[in-house]
Design a protein around this ligand. Structure first.
Ligand code: UDX
Length: 432
C-alpha cells in the first residue's frame, strides 16, 4: 500500500520505517527541511535502538522516502497518517491540536482520489469528528474516511512494540476503511497480534485510558514503596506478590522516581481536560497527577535525610538523567526537578548519561557533565542511580570508591542492598 506519514517525530518515523519494512511504499513528510536532509543522509534525529539500520535498509530499497512536499506526498498515497505532536497547551492542561488541524487543512487541499486519513497522534475524543468537518469543507464525503489508530510504542522498545504489539486498535465508523486498515496490519495479525475494531471515538479514548491506567499503576506502587520504607518491607516482594495475580499483572509495577516522558504526564492531563469538558470527574487520575508531582519532592527529602540535612557543598552525582533508560529524551524527567533543586541548595552536581550531555542542564549553576561513570563519581559524596541503563547494572563500586567512600541512592533498585553493604558502602534504595 502507499502510505504517507505526516510528521517525522517519534511516532511518524518509527511507524513509517516499520511499515516500509513490511513491504509498503512509505513517504515520510516533514516541514523541517533540515530534518528531511538528515534523514535522507541516513541519520535519525532521535535515539532509538535499531531504527537507523532499519531506516537505511528500506531507504536503499526505495520502500521509504523523505519529503518536504506534503501536497505531492498526499496525492501519491492511499493512507495518510497524521503523526504530528499534540503537546500540552501553555498555561492549560488540554492538548494543543494546532499541528493536527494545520496538517489536515493541507491534506484537505490534496485529496485527488479516495483517501483514508488516520490519526496516530494522540488526540482527544471527538478530534476525528472535527477532522471530518474540516475535510468535508473542501471535499465530497465519499472521497475520504477518518480513522483513529493510536500507537502504543515505548521509547527504547519502539520497533519491538511495533512488530509484536499486544493489540492493534482501529477506530473507524465505516466498513471500507476498517477492512483496508486490517489488511495493512495483516502481517502483524497473522503473527498473533490482536486486532480490535471499535468506533472512532472509542479508539481515541483507549489511548488516553491506557496511559492513564499505566500511570496509575506506577503511582500506586510508588506510594506503596513509601509505606514499605516505613514498615521495613521489601517493595519487590509486593510487586511480585500482587503481580502474580493475573487480574493485576506484573508489568509496570517497578517503584522508582516520578514517572516522566512525552506521554504519561501530557496524556493524564489531557484526559482530565476532556472529562471536564463533558462534565465527568476523573478524580482518580487527578490524584495520580498530584501524587506523581509530589514524588520528586519526597525523594529530595530522602536525599536530604541521607546527607543529614546538609546539602550545601555536597558533591552529588547523577548516573542517568533521562526519564528512563534507552532513550535520550529529557521530557518531564524527574531529574529536571531534582537537579535544579539540589543546585539551589548549594550542591555541586556532576552527571553522566550514556546519551551524552543535556542542553536542559547546561545553564544550571554548579552542574557539569562527565563523559564516563568513573569521572562522574570521582570525589562524590552521594551517587544517585536515576535511570536503569544496562551500563549501570554492573558497576564496580568497590574499585571506584577506593579513594573516597560515597553513599549510593539507587532510585531504580538495580542492586541488592546486601551486596553493596558488604562492599562497605552505605546504600539506599526505593521501598526496601
Ligand atoms: C509510554 C507508553 O508505555 C506507550 O505505550 C505510549 O504510547 C507512550 O508512553 P514511554 O513514555 O516511552 O511509553 O515510557 P514507559 O516505558 O511507558 O515509561 C513511562 C514512565 O514510567 C517512565 O518514567 C518510566 O521510568 C516509568 N515506569 C515505567 C516506572 O516508574 N515503573 C514501571 O514499572 C514502568
Amino acid at each position: 500500500m502507499k502510505l504517507c506519514m505526516i510528521g517525522t517525530g517519534y511516532v511518524g518515523l518509527v511507524s513509517g520505517v516499520c511499515f516500509s519494512d513490511l513491504g509498503n511504499d512509505v513517504i515520510c513528510v516533514d516541514k523541517d527541511k533540515n530534518k528531511i536532509l538528515l534523514l535522507q543522509n541516513g541519520k535519525i534525529p532521535i535515539y532509538e535502538p535499531g531504527l537507523t539500520e532499519l531506516m537505511v535498509k528500506n531507504y536503499k530499497n526505495k520502500k521509504l522516502k523523505f519529503s518536504n512536499d506534503l501536497k505531492k506526498s498526499v496525492k501519491e498515497s492511499d493512507i495518510i497518517f497524521i503523526c504530528v505532536g499534540t503537546p500540552t497547551k501553555k498555561k492549560s492542561i488540554s492538548a494543543d491540536l494546532r499541528q493536527v488541524y494545520n496538517a489536515v487543512k493541507e491534506v484537505a487541499k490534496s485529496i485527488n482520489k479516495f483517501k483514508i486519513i488516520v490519526t496516530k497522534s494522540t488526540v482527544p475524543v471527538t478530534t476525528g469528528d472535527k477532522i471530518e468537518k474540516i475535510l468535508s469543507k473542501k471535499n465530497n464525503k465519499n472521497k475520504f474516511s477518518v480513522v483513529s489508530n493510536p500507537e502504543f510504542l515505548r521509547e527504547g522498545e519502539a520497533i519491538r512494540d511495533f512488530i509484536y504489539p499486544d493489540r492493534i486498535v482501529v477506530g473507524s465508523n465505516d466498513k471500507k476503511s476498517s477492512k483496508i486498515l486490517k489488511n495493512l496490519y495483516n502481517p502483524l495479525i497473522s503473527k498473533g497480534a490482536q486486532f480490535l475494531l471499535t468506533q472512532r471515538r472509542a479508539a481515541e479514548l483507549i489511548k488516553y485510558a491506557s496511559n492513564s491506567f499505566l500511570a496509575t499503576k506506577i503511582t500506586f506502587i510508588n506510594e506503596l514503596a513509601n509505606l514499605c520504607e516505613k514498615t521495613n518491607i521489601n517493595i519487590e516482594d509486593i510487586s511480585i506478590g500482587i503481580g502474580l495475580d493475573k487480574r493485576i499483572g506484573g508489568r509496570f509495577l517497578r517503584a522508582g522516581p516520578a514517572y516522566g516522558g512525552s506521554c504519561f504526564p501530557k496524556d493524564t492531563k489531557a484526559i482530565i481536560s476532556t472529562a471536564n469538558k463533558f462534565k465527568a470527574n476523573l478524580s482518580l487520575v487527578k490524584s495520580v497527577i498530584k501524587s506523581n508531582n509530589n514524588r520528586s519532592k519526597l525523594l529530595l527529602n530522602r536525599v536530604s535525610d541521607i546527607l543529614n540535612k546538609k546539602i550545601k557543598n555536597k558533591k552529588i552525582t547523577f548516573l542517568g538523567v533521562t526519564f528512563k533508560a534507552n532513550t535520550d529524551d529529557m521530557r518531564d524527567s524527574s531529574s529536571l526537578i531534582m537537579i535544579p533543586f539540589l543546585s539551589k541548595k548549594g550542591a555541586i552536581i556532576k552527571y553522566y548519561d550514556p546519551t551524552g550531555e543535556k542542553k536542559e542542564l547546561n545553564k544550571i549553576k554548579n552542574v557539569s557533565y562527565e563523559n564516563s561513570i568513573k569521572k562522574a563519581v570521582k570525589n562524590s559524596d552521594l551517587v544517585i542511580l536515576h535511570t536503569e541503563w544496562n551500563d549501570f547494572k554492573s558497576i564496580n563500586f568497590k574499585n571506584l570508591s577506593k579513594k573516597k567512600k560515597f553513599i549510593i541512592y539507587d532510585m531504580r533498585n538495580i542492586y541488592s542492598p546486601e551486596k553493596i553493604n558488604k562492599q562497605g558502602l552505605k546504600y539506599f534504595s526505593i521501598g526496601r
